[in-house]
Design a protein around this ligand. Structure first.
Ligand code: 13P
Ligand code: ZN
Length: 304
């Protein structure tokens, strides 16, 4: 009798173990899929936009403009979002933007995460950034995918600018903030911060800068990072420029996409490097003449 009981017990254990094993086999792919499935899967246009943004994040790092978590990018992806995304449940409680922006009701943005590194975002955009949905009160947002990665601390500036772009019917969909060494260095010299002083110097270093950053560089006097005051000052200055300098901090650019915004910062940075290289060789660079710059304006039909 005793040996019969023991045999039964052994048998039960075997059955239990094989059931457990079967359960593991069945649930593994599901769990694996759950962790692997990204909101970007099967959405070519949205994926391409996020991957382009990741490529730009890599350039910011390679240029030495993105120490630690320095800089941030946001992209208005509302036009790339389908019904299924609109129906997705929020991953988070609503969080205040810090400003109320009626133009953004129901909009979607890809945002770099606060504290996240550009060099990491370049490889894993959905682990170092997230897609957010602006709620109907226009003052809060929720994260909808892929993970709970809280957006950049400069969200007030980014979203205020996006709201204004929508209001103007602008085709611009991206805003980029980064810390370019030479441009930030130049912002430490008060005489450069007068209206259009830096713009004129940078334009005159090489014709391309005027051609590809045709509105020049606006100046925002030093303001606390992440503040609403910085957002307001940025908004005001972007009425007349496509790129603005945040004094002793970095630059903020708007463009068709992250690549376009990056290009404008890149040409300004190139000019800053040429200026500094000339000064290091011991002379003040001559710069293109006013007539040569006016000729550029005419030939390329530039706005200024
Ligand atoms: P975040 O990491 O919050 O994006 O901040 C970086 C930054 O450059 C602030 O100006
Ligand atoms: Zn910054």
């Amino acid at each position: 009798m005793q040996s019969y009981d023991k045999d039964r017990e052994k048998q039960n254990k075997k059955v239990k173990n094989s059931l457990l094993f079967a359960h593991l086999i069945v649930s593994l792919p599901q769990n694996y899929l759950k962790t692997m499935m990204s909101i970007l899967e099967g959405r070519q246009a949205l994926k391409a936009e996020v991957m382009k943004t990741a490529e730009v994040a890599g350039y910011l790092w390679q240029n030495g403009w993105a120490e630690r978590n320095g800089g941030n990018i946001t992209v208005n992806v509302t036009d790339l979002v389908d019904k299924a995304i609109k129906a997705l449940p929020a991953l988070t409680e609503p969080k205040p933007i810090g400003v109320e922006l009626p133009q953004l009701r129901g909009c979607y943005f890809y945002c770099k995460g606060t504290g996240k590194r550009m060099r990491d975002l370049a490889r894993w955009p959905m682990q170092n950034g997230a897609i957010i949905r602006i709620l109907d009160d226009c003052a809060h947002y929720v994260i909808i995918g892929d993970e709970v990665v809280w957006p950049t601390s400069e969200l007030p500036s980014h979203l205020s600018v996006h709201a204004r772009l929508i209001e103007k019917g602008s085709p611009y969909r991206a805003t980029v903030h980064t810390h370019p060494i030479e441009l930030v260095a130049m912002s430490h010299h008060k005489p450069f911060l007068g209206k259009d002083v830096l713009t004129e110097i940078l334009w005159s270093m090489i014709p391309e800068t005027k051609a590809f950053c045709p509105l020049g560089l606006g100046i925002v006097p030093y303001t606390l990072p992440g503040s609403n005051e910085l957002a307001e000052a940025t908004l005001k200055e972007l009425e007349n420029y496509d790129v603005v300098m945040w004094e002793k901090h970095g630059v903020f650019a708007q463009g068709l996409d992250a690549m376009d915004a990056f290009d404008q910062i890149d040409v300004l940075s190139k000019s800053a490097k040429i200026y500094i290289a000339a000064r290091q060789m011991g002379f003040e660079p001559e710069g293109m003449t006013q007539e040569q710059m006016a000729e550029m304006t005419r030939a390329f039909h530039l706005p200024r």
